[in-house]
Design a protein around this ligand. Structure first.
Ligand code: ATP
Length: 307
């Protein structure tokens, strides 16, 4: 497998009239990996992916996909790249899933077997239903099938599991993991942080048209900072606990009766919390040490503005 990047975005800028949707974004996507692009609504995820798909022309910077220019080399890239647009856009409303997939399969040299795709994506009951009558989740799955039917080397999936029920979501995750095992590069956008955490090798967090963090889920959540959480009676006066904690630690009540201490967690910090509880006659029903989740990191990086 080649080790050159599957996608290389360098200083990408895209404007819509006076609005800058992507503001100098750089990102390198490794081949044969699953990369999840996360970001708040309007962060510029779809615009970035559409520049990679060749649907939009950058106003600045450069994009290389499989070493090629998505616009200039569109013809060469088409058979090698699968695309799933947001909410299954681009499907003919009158087409039926089986005929649509069979038709698409004819355009590729080594397509996947249509029946197999229909089975993988649980579309057998809907294979003869016109697209316009499919449920939202069925349409999503059909769009995913259309992106995969040509056996692409690289797929761009815009929110592939949005509107899909939990069991089917897991099947899609399994399918994406299988694609990765076969050496396919997957780039997906999602609002589901647990999706990124479970299946992505690389996560890219975008905010305001810029890349604000990238790394594996473990890299993004690893830090000395962690948390102690405990439960007790609601509305405890935390000021004396705050005074007893080291300067880098903070405590707050996150929900009635649920308390969170964030900082450098070590045995001394735990002892401080336990002795404060003893002094205030608080028996914590639950007391646990936790790592920052990817969601904590995401909200820290993107949430302040939206809070
Ligand atoms: N064709 C367009 N014309 C004008 N503005 C647009 C156009 N497409 C997108 N935008 C704006 O560009 C910004 C980025 O949009 P984009 O769809 O890339 O964000 P996103 O991160 O994919 O958002 P979401 O999570 O809501 O799908 C938004 O403010 C959006 O309103």
């Amino acid at each position: 497998m080649s080790s050159s990047p599957a996608v290389e975005i360098d200083g990408l800028v895209k404007r819509y009239g006076g609005r800058t949707a992507v503001a100098g974004l750089s990102l390198v996507v490794s081949p044969g990996a699953i990369t999840a692009v996360l970001g708040p609504n309007g962060a510029g995820k779809t615009t970035t992916v559409e520049c990679c798909e060749g649907y939009r022309r950058p106003d600045g910077g450069s994009v290389r996909v499989l070493g090629l220019d998505p616009h200039r080399d569109a013809r060469e890239l088409r058979p090698r790249v699968g695309v799933m647009l947001q909410e299954g856009a681009g499907l003919y409303p009158g087409a039926r899933p089986r005929e649509l997939l069979t038709h698409l399969a004819r355009m590729y040299a080594h397509p996947l077997e249509t029946g197999q795709l229909i089975e993988w994506l649980g579309l057998h009951d809907a294979e003869r239903t016109p697209v316009r009558r499919l449920s939202g989740g069925e349409r999503q799955r059909l769009a995913l099938a259309c992106a995969l039917v040509g056996r692409p080397e690289l797929v761009f999936l815009d929110e592939p599991t949005s509107g899909v029920d939990p069991a089917m979501r897991r099947s899609i995750w399994d399918l994406l993991s299988q694609l990765r095992a076969d050496g396919v590069t997957v780039v997906l956008t999602t609002h589901l942080i647990d999706e990124a955490e479970r299946i992505a090798d690389q996560v890219a967090i975008i905010d305001d048209g810029r890349l604000v963090a990238t790394g594996s889920p473990a890299e993004l959540t690893s830090s000395d900072e962690s948390t102690v959480q405990f439960t007790g009676p609601p509305r405890l006066n935390l000021s004396t606990l705050g005074d007893a904690l080291p300067p880098d630690a903070v405590v707050r009540e996150t929900a009635p009766g649920r308390y969170l201490v964030a900082g450098t967690v070590n045995p001394q910090l735990l002892a401080t919390v336990a002795s404060w509880c003893a002094a205030h006659d608080v028996l914590p029903e639950e007391l646990q040490i936790g790592r920052r989740s990817l969601e904590d990191v995401f909200l820290e990086l993107t949430g302040r503005r939206h809070a």
